[in-house]
Design a protein around this ligand. Structure first.
Ligand code: CAA
Length: 288
């Protein structure tokens, strides 16, 4: 008989978000299998997680022994078939509906447990669009984490018109009881709760800089010193990734047709130029 408690997790994608989700799961004593397309991407993902675990040790959040044990619980694969025994899979690939839908179609075939949870960490794509890529949309749900995942305590749980009640309970209980995160529940609308509020703010900051209204440094300083935000909107756009902010804006614009959600030309040009933020070494600011 299989235990109801989720002990075997799969994470698809070892980018910033996938690595973070894999790390917090491994730190929570869960067996974690991470999918990446190539050995090189897997190696980069593992290195990112190990750096973060080291940071956890140096900031006193975990012990050396916890870091070692977490590292042991992480395995990587380039074969989705290896996900057959997973009880929960969190997809965290690029913010592209077609790519995500193809992964859900594959997961639907591979993951055998009818009670398994198939979750997407999408920042904005309506979850139903991924549910319909499977034969069992009741297994599909949104579990949206925040960057940096080891630091930020929130998970937005997004249920669709078809998500099963047992599936949403399992997802919530995994996030709160196992990972120790706080859960908020959102309707299945592009952007969910946090990004529906955050992204128009980030886009407004880009527009301010674009129009010459204020410098990027002053926009950021205003929000850090005047509103006690941990970082200003342009630095945060760099952290999230300009490409990701654009994709979220596009999904929300597609859904609501609000000018507030349309990506400003400066953002588009920077994405085209490859200036996508911290992960690429440069965005609004430069990173060593
Ligand atoms: N593991 C565990 N803990 C860690 C850690 C790690 N790898 N790295 C840092 N920490 C802890 C530190 O110990 C510290 O904890 P205390 O406050 O208890 O001392 C805390 O995290 C902050 O770390 P630092 O002091 O090193 O860093 P900082 O003060 O410069 O903060 C930051 C950095 C956490 C990124 C902060 O600037 C911040 O929260 N920025 C805003 C981030 C944000 O808004 N993210 C959401 C983006 S939107 C999103 O993600 C959703 C989407 O779909 C786009």
């Amino acid at each position: 008989m299989t235990s109801d408690k989720i002990q075997r997790v799969g994470v698809i994608g070892a980018g910033i978000m996938g690595s973070g989700i894999a790390e917090v799961s491994a730190r929570a004593h869960v067996d974690v299998l991470v999918f990446e397309k190539t050995r090189e991407l897997a190696a980069a993902g593992r290195a990112r997680i190990l750096r973060s675990l080291d940071r956890g040790v140096s900031t006193g959040k975990i012990t050396e022994r916890e870091r070692e044990q977490a590292a042991w619980r992480l395995r990587f694969t380039s074969d989705l078939e290896d996900f057959a025994d997973r009880q929960l899979v969190v997809e965290a690939v690029v913010e592209d509906e077609k790519t995500k839908a193809e992964i859900f179609t594959e997961l639907d075939k591979v993951v055998t447990d009818p009670n398994a949870v198939l979750a997407s960490n999408t920042s904005s794509i309506p979850i139903m669009k991924l549910g319909i890529a499977t034969t069992a949309p009741e297994r599909v749900i949104g579990m949206h984490f925040f960057n940096p995942v080891p630091v930020l305590p929130l998970v937005e749980v997004v249920t669709t018109l078809k998500t099963g009640r047992a599936v949403s309970q399992r997802a919530e209980s995994f996030a709160s009881d196992i990972l120790g995160k706080q859960v908020v529940r959102s309707s299945d609308r592009a952007g969910f709760i946090a990004n529906a509020l955050l992204v128009p703010y980030l886009l407004s900051a880009v527009r301010m800089v674009e129009s010459g209204f204020a410098t990027k440094e002053d926009v950021d300083k205003a929000m850090v010193l005047g509103c006690a935000h941990p970082m200003g909107p342009l630095e945060l756009t760099d952290l999230v990734g300009l490409d990701t902010v654009k994709s979220i804006a596009d999904s929300m614009y597609d859904e609501f047709k609000e000018p507030l959600y349309s990506a400003p030309p400066l953002l588009l040009r920077m994405v085209e130029a490859g200036l996508v933020g911290k992960k690429s070494g440069a965005g609004f600011y430069e990173y060593a």
